[in-house]
Design a binder for this molecule. Sequence first.
Ligand code: SAH
Length: 284
Amino acid sequence: MPTPATTDVLRTPYQKSISEYWDAERDPVNIRLGEVDGLFHHHYGIGEPDLSVLEGPAETREERIIAELHRLESAQAELLLDHLGDVGPEDRLLDAGCGRGGTSFMANRRFGCDVDGVSISQQQVDFANNQAAERDLSGKVRFHFRNMLDTGLPTGGLRGSWNNESTMYVDLFELFAEHSRMLKVGGRYVCVTGCYNDLTGGRSKAVIQIDERYTCNVHARSEYFKAMAANRLTPITVLDLTAATIPYWELRAQSSVASGVEDAFLTAYRENSFHYLLIAADRI
Ligand code: SAH
């Protein structure tokens, strides 16, 4: 796809600031974990950590914790891919808000199919395309400097698409309209996201701290279902992963790669004002 003008991709001052944030981002929690096996994730983990990593020789403690956090983040991406349904080597997938491409590479490895990733950070797109070249996958896994609200991808061409922790940067009605346009009828959409609990009434202080930390806009749980229903996306699976992600945050809080946001996440999850959800929906 031809690269559009920057002003066509970054249409608002808000999108420009998000792009600048990710262009400049060198957070150790994102870099050092990716260096474990070359899969770079900017999302959180799920599952039971092996707490024996906290014991043993002090000199290698950090290394053990980092490898364990990375394992849990990859487990999160595997779970997302589990919900894409039957995907074959001839299919096409889209990773919307792809970061440095970790989930895209895992999808290609699992299904053998073409994957396009889009991000509004040129730095991330370049990084991920370099990784594709190093793996001899340039023709199969491609990353584009594109807005996920207007990707430029063809209509009705995708077997599956997802947002792995990137829905909180955009209006969900606009986002799902674009996924719905790109997916084939019968195609599958999956997102993993944090959302605030409508039942507790608005954003709690801890959720506001999360929004401020990432300059994002965590949506209400109900907003996902309204926006899907409005765009021919019909949920087939909803998983509450809140209990499964808390141990990841507890381990991360004890590590040298803690970024300072850990308390806000742990408080929000424990007080039930914030949930970590996987939603899979069919394009009808
Ligand atoms: N899905 C990735 C990255 C999550 S971080 C992972 O799991 O590792 C959030 C990502 O959303 C960043 O890559 C950021 O550039 C992207 N993003 C935010 N707003 C976007 C938009 N409007 N269009 C495309 N990407 C966007």
